[in-house]
Design a protein around this ligand. Structure first.
Ligand code: R5P
Length: 330
């Protein structure tokens, strides 16, 4: 007879699942964690509805769902919500969504009357579906963290880029400069410049429409230097290509670009191929389009960062340790 209670020592269980957005990235994370991805049946009915069912019990598990919100963005988002709901109703102990590329993150405020704040709407949907934690890489603005009322692991690819450019001989180079393609990226450019011990410059970008922009001012010394443009995302490629053209006009000897998220929408691949850019370095938060011209594109994997973060969250260890204390860049 027990004294009014039953006791049991339970084992914690981490289960990792992938949506159909970018399963190759989830495979890379699973490899690093040395586990298999969990089985989940994902279907899309002929009327367009999506469906998800876990093939094994997730009861009491620490469930991590990897879904990059790549194209088709809205289908992948809906599938993620359905996967969260299924895990919740199957009594997962905690559900963490791993969203390397958080789509809609640039719609984070009203810039004109009668606009939505869709980044906030997406956060609400994820929360209402039942997630309790989110991991995302280099959000467009750090304030997006505040759209969630649960823990956000805001990760950065900064160290991945630093390692790449150190290896490429940029640290302490007397003929190099880091460039922010707009004032929004100034802080990040300064960070990269500090790590590489280089000077930095800022371009002032004015947008006349969502798809058209021009560089109005170049602040800093770029003539005679190899420039590294750093940004969070390359979408249509307009910002990066126009920045590269202007830097060459101002006397830069060559232009490299680095961005965490290579969305490469519309004619971006072709635009980059034809541009004066020497190379474009992105991470694998998003898949590249098969068959598109990409001779200048280098991809660095952020799977090791995501795997270490998932491991530390599971074992209740520090996440900032994974980034040497530097994951709050904004
Ligand atoms: C803007 O604030 C962002 O940081 C990017 O510079 C921009 O969204 C990139 O978009 P696109 O490649 O279409 O110019």
């Amino acid at each position: 007879m027990h004294n009014g209670y039953l006791s049991q020592t339970t084992e914690k269980r981490l289960m990792l699942f992938s949506g159909s957005g970018y399963p190759e990235l989830a495979d890379r994370i699973a490899d690093r964690l040395d586990i298999d991805l969990g089985g989940v049946e994902l279907r899309r009915f002929s009327n367009g509805e999506v469906y998800a069912r876990y093939l094994d019990s997730v009861r009491g598990s620490d469930v991590f769902i990897v879904q990059s919100l790549c194209e088709p963005v809205n289908d992948n988002l809906m599938q993620l919500l359905v996967m969260i709901d299924a895990a919740k109703r199957a009594s997962a102990k905690r559900i963490t969504v791993v969203i390397p590329w958080y789509a809609y993150s640039r719609q984070d405020r009203k810039t004109k009357p009668r606009e939505p704040i869709t980044a906030r709407l997406v956060a609400n949907m994820i929360q209402i579906a039942g997630a309790e934690r989110i991991m995302a890489m280099d959000l467009h603005e750090g304030q997006i963290e505040g759209f969630f009322s649960f823990p956000v692991d805001h990760l950065t690819a900064m160290h991945t880029f630093v390692d790449y450019f150190v290896e490429a001989g940029f640290r302490d180079a007397e003929d190099a400069v880091v460039v922010a393609p707009d004032t929004g990226e100034a802080k990040v450019a300064k960070r990269l410049a500090d790590h590489l011990r280089l000077p930095w410059a800022i371009l002032n970008k004015m947008r006349s429409s969502p798809h058209a922009s021009e560089v109005t001012h170049v602040i800093g010394d770029v003539a005679g230097r190899r420039a590294i443009i750093i940004d969070d995302i390359i979408s249509t490629g307009g910002t990066t290509v126009r920045a590269a053209e202007r830097l060459i006009e101002e006397g830069a000897t060559e232009v490299h670009a680095a961005a965490t998220h290579g969305e490469f929408a519309g004619p971006a691949y072709e635009k980059i191929e034809e541009s004066p850019l020497k190379e474009v370095v992105v991470t694998d938060t998003l898949p590249l389009k098969a068959g598109a011209p990409q001779t200048k594109i280098q991809t660095l994997s952020i799977a090791p960062i995501l795997a270490s973060t998932i491991r530390n969250v599971f074992t209740d260890e520090s996440v900032s340790e994974v980034f040497m204390g530097e994951n709050q860049l904004f």
